[in-house]
Design a protein around this ligand. Sequence first.
Ligand SMILES: [Ca+2]
Ligand SMILES: [Ca+2]
Ligand SMILES: [Ca+2]
Ligand SMILES: [Ca+2]
Length: 145
Amino acid sequence: MKIDLKNKYHIAIILIVSVVCFMSAMVVLSPYTRGPQDKDADKDTIADAQDNCPNVPNSDQSDIDNDGTGDVCDTCTDTDGDGYGNPGYPQNACPEDNCPDTVNANQTDRDQNGIGDACDTCPQDTLNDADNWDLQRCRQLPLRV
Ligand SMILES: [Ca+2]
Ligand SMILES: [Ca+2]
Ligand SMILES: [Ca+2]
Ligand SMILES: [Ca+2]
């Protein structure tokens, strides 16, 4: 097939226009053509696929209870795993743990001082170490569960 000069000129123009159109389309469509692994909905520099809170900025990815959900979006940060949440995590929707570092699913607190028997140094004395007599009593009375 013989291509004369005029046809070469047309072909060159068509190629240039095609390349310009393709490049323009890439620029315009690039946010939509990226793979899901590149999306970062909360713009915290952690791609959604790896983000433990895809909709809440948390570039530190802190997950103190290691359940795979970041602290800032975890509805129950519970380090001892007894179903009760650690105090100080405002996202918690679960009841607060009266012994955050001790497994105590019963949450028993006989002296009603907010410290569960499982971690209360004197579970039958509301004041704990406020006076020596109570401490004496703590030592004398074995913990009954
Ligand atoms: Ca995030
Ligand atoms: Ca967590
Ligand atoms: Ca506990
Ligand atoms: Ca107590």
